[in-house]
Design a protein around this ligand. Structure first.
Ligand SMILES: C[S@@+](CC[C@H](N)C(=O)[O-])C[C@H]1O[C@@H](n2cnc3c(N)ncnc32)[C@H](O)[C@@H]1O
Length: 753
């Protein structure tokens, strides 16, 4: 079965909904709620199984393997019906009333001084024709307000019932009946597929005594292209065996043998490098890893974000429906997202798009902004901002007040950023084009909040960019986390810990690897004890971050960080960590004395005179109820210094070349090619890849090569010295030989005489 057929079979992805999180999570994640979720999921499945007799049977996949007993399954029709019933359920009055009350309170307490601000947003709205539904706008404004104060009741704030959700859906249903019925058909098909998948899963989990499939004898005939269907079958068989190795495994084969086999098959079937396949495999149980690899083969749903600076979600939905777009609210977790199922018009060219009423934005990239929860009138830094999906959301949540500094190191990308800022009408935003590792907080500091949506390897967005499967190697997984650490340290130092409204920063990546997420956070916790991990306020959506991984322990609060996966939440793979700065960063001088906080530019403090060349290492002994923050007691992942990185990277580079059968000396000492000259073979990078890992990561790679060259030169010098010495010795020998020759000649002459 080819990739295309696989996709066809799976159909379009299901709508985004946190209630769809049913995947079992791996024990080794150490995630706080993973076990309970898994148990709940199992229980749901068991309950459903008891309620309903089997209506479908799984045919035996291979003659060789005994077919597992058919498990009872939920009928898809039932699922669809219950879904419909759910949809028709009105939002309980009490909830919405409560919410209104809450909002009133919030307005009174916190936003008394924002009259002018709402005027501002209405002004901009008035500019747009046909968008005069001020009541609606007020609702959306409220939605902006209640997304904050994460320290009080983050969950309620973020996941309170969406006041316009039920209304909007009713209207959408009436106006869009044909499209929605088509959508329901699609949903039904999907449910059927899901039911079948569940059956397959159940079949995989069935433990049949005496059934020991010999997957090792299934080797494809040498020299022939692999039969993808057989390969897939063997992957599922091997995963089943790994689930119960004792009963199903061959006595002479170890777990490592099976893992090796299935990893090779995954590489062949899905097209990953062995290095990346292994890295991703290690994040999950075998069964879940399979689900993850599968999910990477299908696109995520198309989502647009309503720009509340220009319109509100209800008006936007109506306008797009009139143009033949089939859509619905993205889920209760967002008040501005719309999931698009079908569109008769290109979404990037509608009049609403051009007027900046919405932006095409992956659902997962709403999350870091929601976690940061910027407040009106604050000063916010978006450190790596292009193309601006998150910047423009920040600006909207701040209702075009305060100031957002949107920075990006890439000039071409910064141009795209400016385009989006203009289109969406963000008037509180300034664009800078700086290397955030060194520019902040030197150029500017003292921000109330900082967002670092870091450049990453992109392992969370493989469905969008399949190139990641083969382009990311060991070098990238050393150089990119190195840059992420540098950026995050700069982000921390740019936050004003004494901000009255903030003092927060959010670190996010669209990658699922531990090196780029928990390990980076762990590193900065050690380097900056003046920050602590706090709740993201994103509720139960997503999974907790790893508190331990492959024997390495992280800070216990790492469970407060959130992970999102394509196969669990049907969103791009993503990581979100929220930090609170609780004290000043202190610069350590060479003589051991410390200077004052270097990030108080805003207040004109004299502390700004800190020597910028000093390495900033926070030595403030700040404690919380559990002891010193950032303590890595018992852990082994975090502590290492910048210098260590360079050495590790250089070593990895040499090893990589050797593994490829190349001579590191020859490759690394090659003279530099001039601009425009193409590089040879494996050194060539695709443009999109180059963009992803950014100019800066290229800089990192150059540094790697430089480092390696240094080492090579050292060894060259040594060998030169050795050969010099050898030659000297030879000369000496010659000289010692000469006199004996002369003596012999003299003797011979004498004898002749
Ligand atoms: C994941 S993207 C940001 C996406 C953006 N936040 C959004 O939502 O549209 C990472 C960005 O980091 C930028 N970048 C890479 N290295 C950087 C550095 N040293 N300083 C600032 N920006 C950098 C890249 O140019 C890229 O645009």
């Amino acid at each position: 079965m080819g990739v295309g057929r696989r996709m066809k079979k799976q159909g379009p992805p299901p709508p985004l909904d946190e209630s769809k999180i049913t995947m079992l999570k791996k024990g080794k994640t150490g995630g706080a709620d993973s076990k309970s979720k898994a148990v709940a999921a199992k229980k749901r499945r068991r309950d459903a199984d008891e309620e309903e007799p089997a209506t479908k049977k799984v045919a035996p996949k291979k003659a060789k393997v005994n077919a597992p007993a058919p498990a009872p399954a939920k009928t898809s029709a039932k699922k669809v019906d219950s879904k419909k019933a759910d949809k028709k359920k009105p939002v309980p009055m009490s909830d919405s009333e409560d919410e209104d009350e809450d909002m009133d309170e919030m307005e009174d307490d916190e936003f008394d001084d924002l009259d002018g601000i709402s005027d501002g947003s209405l002004d901009s709205q008035d500019e747009m024709e046909g968008l005069s539904d001020l009541e609606d706008d007020d609702e959306d404004d409220d939605s902006v307000m209640d997304s904050d104060d994460e320290d009080d009741h983050p969950r309620e704030a973020m996941f309170s019932d969406d006041e316009d959700l039920s209304d909007a859906e009713e209207k959408l249903t009436a106006a869009n009946i044909e499209g929605l019925s088509r959508k329901l058909d699609i949903a039904r098909e999907q449910e059927e597929e899901e039911a079948e998948l569940e059956l397959q899963e159940a079949a995989m989990q069935t433990n049949i005594a005496g059934d020991r499939p010999d997957v090792f004898n299934d080797q494809a005939q040498a020299g022939l292209a692999p039969d993808l269907q057989l390969l897939r079958q063997r992957i599922t068989d091997t995963i089943r065996i790994l689930g119960d190795l004792k009963t199903l495994g061959q006595p002479d084969k170890s777990r490592a043998d099976y893992v090796d086999l299935v990893l090779n098959d995954i590489c062949t079937y899905y097209g990953y490098t062995r290095y990346l396949a292994e890295k991703l495999w290690n994040l999950f149980t075998p069964m879940e890893a399979f689900a993850f690899f599968e999910a990477n083969e299908t696109p995520r749903p198309v989502v647009i974000r309503t720009n509340t600076l220009r319109t509100n979600r209800r008006s936007l939905a109506q306008a797009l429906i009139n143009r033949g777009v089939v859509l619905e609210p993205v889920g209760k977790w967002s008040k501005v997202g719309l999931q698009v199922f079908e569109s008769a018009v290109p979404l990037g060219a509608t009049p609403e798009y051009l007027a900046g009423h919405y932006i095409l934005q992956a659902a997962s990239s709403f999350l870091p902004v929601m976690a940061l929860a910027p407040q009106p009138n604050e000063r916010v830094l978006d450190m790596a901002a292009a193309p601006g999906g998150k910047t423009t959301y920040l600006s909207a949540l701040m209702r075009n007040t305060g100031c957002v500094i949107a920075n990006d190191a890439s000039k071409p990308r910064a141009k795209g950023l400016i385009g989006n800022i203009h289109r969406l009408g963000c008037k509180n935003t300034i664009v800078t084009n700086l290397d955030a590792r060194t520019a902040f907080p030197k150029a500017m500091g003292g921000f109330d909040r900082v967002l670092l949506d870091a450049p990453c390897t992109g392992t969370g967005v493989i469905s969008k960019d399949a190139g990641v499967k083969t382009s990311k190697d060991e070098r990238d997984f050393l150089a990119i986390p190195h840059m992420q650490r540098q950026l995050l340290l700069a982000a921390i130092d740019s936050v004003d810990h004494s901000s009255k409204t903030g003092g927060y920063l959010v670190y996010s990546t669209c990658s699922v690897t531990v090196e780029e997420n928990e390990a980076v956070v762990q590193y900065v916790l050690r380097k900056r004890p003046n920050v602590k991990i706090v709740d993201t306020g994103l509720g139960d959506f997503g999974s907790p971050g790893f508190t331990n991984y492959m024997g390495k322990k992280f800070d216990a609060k790492m469970a407060l960080t959130r992970r999102y996966f394509p196969h669990r939440e049907n969103v791009d793979g993503f990581y979100v960590c929220k930090l609170k700065k609780i004290g000043p960063t202190v610069a350590a001088k060479a003589d051991g004395t410390t200077s004052k906080d270097r990030h108080s530019h805003r207040k004109g403090s004299k502390a700004d005179t800190t020597d910028d060349d000093d390495e900033v290492i926070d030595k403030t002994p700040i404690q919380d109820e559990e002891g010193i923050f950032g303590s890595t007691e018992g852990g082994s992942f975090g502590p290492f210094e910048e210098g260590d990185d360079a050495e590790r990277i250089a070593r990895a580079e040499r090893n990589r070349l050797r593994r490829k059968g190349l001579n590191p000396k020859g490759v690394l000492n090659k003279p530099k090619k001039t601009k425009g000259e193409s590089k040879s073979g494996e050194e060539t990078k695709k443009p999109e890849e180059a963009e992803k890992s950014s100019d800066e990561s290229k800089g990192e790679k150059k540094a790697v090569v430089k480092e390696a060259k240094k080492e090579e030169k050292k060894t060259e010098k040594k060998t030169e010295k050795k050969t010099e010495k050898k030659e000297e010795k030879k000369e000496e020998k010659k000289e010692t030989v000469k006199p004996t020759k002369e003596k012999k000649e003299k003797k011979a002459k004498k004898a002749a005489k």
